[in-house]
Design a protein around this ligand. Structure first.
Ligand code: FAD
Length: 499
């Protein structure tokens, strides 16, 4: 979804930025994290349902203590104390258990939250994103099935299963397709009336703290339609964020924009920047880093049954999706990965077989059909404990096995699918200074951004927040607690500084 003419004009006007007061909140990234925060900042307010009974008796007692107080105004640390589950973030666990009280025990109890729209609590904000609302789900291949149960992909107060039913579609083995998820997120933004805050087709290239001197308190009318907002620019602020970037108009031309913000929320996920192996020849045109390249090649018949094998590098789920796709199209596959097939750290060794039969099948293939021993699967060869040494221009790839032996294979194309990293090049020092270990790049699993667990504000930079995988919350059901914590913190700031 490219920006319409009104959006272009609006963003163009940001060039006169010194005439306008800063936007209270700019969210960078329009995936589930950005959408959920936009919902909360739009005045949608969660309360505990009076008649509800939560299966966790201590939590139930705490919730009954303040029935008339919105969750956003409560002490999240107190409410989340003692909760346990599949996330290490207390607020992620809290919000998840309120939304899906017994889901980890296979139950289907409905949410204990009720939502009220209180427009006077809304905080003006902008959500900037490269493509249509939905984030990574707009880029993931549409036929791919989620790892999570379908109902865990839903956002507050609009059940995914109800939307599916309305669309007359269903789940597959309790899981959803990426295409349905992407459409649901777009529908969510429209249904909840959030689209006026979204500026799709915009790419942020720089976020810097600058002096607030000369920043006016004059409201930009088009932008802050919510004239009687709770938020007023804090005249005493000595610094604000300058957010620069460009947007693409319908013709594809890039137009720069620049906007001031009092608070910036990083919700850019980790999908945009695939990991490279760092080997010779990796930049050759037949070496790709996205699964979509394989689909494209099949679609335009540049590979087929008679081609040399497609090399798939990696032993994660995206690599497995590529193996399944190629296998389905009868395209020969050479599958190389560094670990042993029995390595407990391999994702296949952690997934229940019943729920993920297709990934179990790939694991079987990896085990049973190595170059050394022929197995029952046609057109597939696995190379466990191998790593790529180089690619050459005549489409030959050199591998080395665990014993140091080198082998050469002729391939038709290569797909390096070994994960992805956040791209924070728009921040000073690539955001490294914000990470838990500020000597290493930000990584969602090993080195997330260091945030306060109850506000999601960066410990190293006040006014800067981080959500989702950037803050270590890797699943959609858990990114929403971060949005709750950030919204609660921003509302507290607004209340301290009434108009
Ligand atoms: C293949 C795959 C399968 C997955 N399966 C599951 C699953 O089954 N269940 C589950 O819960 N989670 C799953 N995840 C993880 C899930 O995608 C994330 O948890 C979720 O999408 C994170 O949401 P987010 O909003 O934080 O980031 P994202 O969804 O990644 O959205 C961030 C958005 O910000 C945009 N952006 C980045 N940089 C800029 C910039 N400079 N300017 C403007 N916009 C920018 C990006 O283009 C992107 O659109 C999967 C992820 C992948 C990659």
């Amino acid at each position: 979804m490219l920006p319409d003419r009104k959006t272009c004009a609006l963003l163009n006007r940001f060039q006169n930025k010194r005439r306008f007061k800063p936007v209270p909140v700019v969210i960078i990234g329009n995936g589930p994290s950005g959408i959920c925060l936009s919902y909360l900042l739009s005045g949608y307010t969660p309360y505990f349902k009076r008649e509800a009974v939560h299966p966790h008796p201590i939590l139930q007692r705490k919730l009954e203590e303040a029935l008339d107080v919105s969750l956003l105004d409560q002490d999240l640390e107190y409410l989340s104390e003692g909760l346990e589950g599949r996330s290490s973030s207390p607020v992620a666990l809290l919000f998840d258990t309120l939304e899906r009280p017994d889901t980890d025990f296979g139950g289907t109890a409905e949410s204990v939250l009720t939502w009220w729209h209180e427009p006077d609590r809304a905080i003006p904000h902008l959500v900037l994103g490269k493509s249509a609302p939905g984030g990574a789900w707009q880029s993931i291949e549409g036929s791919m099935v989620t790892l999570s149960r379908g109902e865990w992909m839903g956002l507050p107060d609009l059940l995914f299963k109800d939307w599916l039913k309305q669309k007359r579609r269903g789940l597959r083995n309790n899981r959803a397709t990426a295409e349905d998820i992407a459409q649901y997120y777009q529908h969510y933004v429209m249904k909840k009336g959030l689209q006026k805050n979204f500026r799709c087709g915009t790419v942020v290239t720089s976020v810097r703290k600058v002096s607030a001197e000369g920043v006016s308190n004059h409201t930009q009318k088009d932008l802050q339609e919510n004239g009687d907002s709770l938020w007023s620019f804090n005249e005493k602020s000595t610094e604000v964020f300058e957010v620069d970037g460009f947007f693409k108009n319908v013709k594809g031309d890039k137009k720069p924009f620049s906007v001031y913000a009092e608070n910036v929320v990083l919700a850019t996920g980790t999908y945009d920047s695939p990991t490279w192996l760092g080997v010779k020849g990796e930049n050759l045109s037949y070496v790709h880093h996205k699964l979509s390249a394989l689909e494209e090649a099949v679609k335009n018949n540049s590979i087929g049954i008679m081609s040399d094998p497609v090399l798939i590098v990696g032993a994660g789920l995206t690599a497995a999706d590529a193996v399944l796709f190629a296998h389905h199209c009868n395209i020969p596959v050479l599958h190389a990965f560094r670990r042993r097939v029995s390595d407990p750290g391999l994702i296949f060794n952690q997934l229940p077989k019943m729920m993920y039969p297709e990934y179990h099948k790939v694991h079987q293939m990896m085990k049973e059909q190595s170059a050394a021993c022929a197995g029952p699967y046609e057109r597939y060869v696995s190379l466990p404990e191998h790593h790529v040494l180089s690619f050459s221009s005549d489409k030959k790839c050199v591998f080395q096995d665990k014993n140091g032996c080198q082998k050469v294979y002729k391939i038709s194309m290569a797909l390096v699918l070994t994960g992805s990293n956040p791209s924070l090049s728009f921040l000073p020092n690539n955001g490294i200074d914000l990470a838990m270990d500020s000597d290493q790049p930000v990584n969602s699993k090993r080195n997330p951004i260091d945030v306060d667990p109850f506000t999601y504000e960066c410990t190293q930079e006040k006014g800067l927040y981080a959500l989702g995988p950037l803050a270590g919350d890797n699943f959609v059901r858990f990114v929403q607690g971060g949005a709750l914590a950030a919204a609660s913190s921003l509302l507290k700031k607004a209340n301290k500084n009434p108009p």
